[in-house]
Design a protein around this ligand. Sequence first.
Ligand SMILES: NC(=O)c1ccc[n+]([C@@H]2O[C@H](COP(=O)([O-])OP(=O)(O)OC[C@H]3O[C@@H](n4cnc5c(N)ncnc54)[C@H](OP(=O)(O)O)[C@@H]3O)[C@@H](O)[C@H]2O)c1
Length: 273
Amino acid sequence: MLQPGRDLALITGASSGIGAEIARQLAGRGIDLILTARRRERLEELAGQLTHRSPHAPREENISRSEMATVSVIECDLNTPDGPDRLLAALAERNLAPTVLINNAGFGYFDLFLEQPRDEIEAMISVNLRAATILARELGEQMARRKHGYILNVASYAALAPIPRYAVYSGAKAYLVAWTQALAHELKKSGVRVSVICPGFTRTEFHAVARHEKTRLMRMIELTPEQVARAAIRGLERGQLVIVPGWWYKLNAAALRLLPRSWVAAMSARAVK
Ligand SMILES: NC(=O)c1ccc[n+]([C@@H]2O[C@H](COP(=O)([O-])OP(=O)(O)OC[C@H]3O[C@@H](n4cnc5c(N)ncnc54)[C@H](OP(=O)(O)O)[C@@H]3O)[C@@H](O)[C@H]2O)c1
């Protein structure tokens, strides 16, 4: 179980959606937090809601009252070659050693692969996959040395059911699932727990960012960020390897395993367009 006073959670992509909700739920349990994303104002607003700013705190930090969590804010663009290393350097500079890494930052771009701009494709790989891998490599090593830690990778249902027009996004998220499964085996006796969550359509800013108008079906089966965050924290604490929130998605994930992948791709294409 995560414990106030012992655990410190770094949440990437904490400025909105699922990341912000995981922050709220962890702060509600008194877990200290480090919030990171590009939109600093959003992070500071959230940190302000979760804590009370101390007049003596440096600009980057919102220090709590004793009964509440301490929340630090680090602005960082993970879509730059040195983004993940700059984030790691900022943590070291402030003597912050996370025991929980929530690799949540991510986005998709909805379009035919051959019509997607190259920079969007590269950014999807950088943020969804490269940054998550680098952060887990460096922070995972520190956790293993202390024999205590948790890593949660936020993948997607798109990793389990490849979605045309989200081809690169689906591929990047499928990487997160396979990588987590292998890593969990390697770290079995290390004291570091590793999980991956595969949420289905969730009501966040994701689809606006992806330039994707939701279909009626998508709206019908949409999850809330609260549901996803709750499942993520519960699964992480229980040591669940692959977390699929929501009964509709659980049932479908099981059924999909029995179907040829070409059928699954054709069904997914219909569901999103
Ligand atoms: N919503 C869904 O239907 C759904 C389904 C399955 C999986 N997911 C996954 O859930 C995770 C959270 O997404 P969400 O649904 O909560 O969407 P969201 O509301 O758009 O949140 C995405 C977060 O990622 C951050 N981010 C994006 N690009 C970044 C960059 N270059 N550097 C640093 N941070 C960056 C954003 O912060 P800034 O813009 O402030 O940088 C934001 O905080 C993502 O990994 C997404 O792929 C979402």
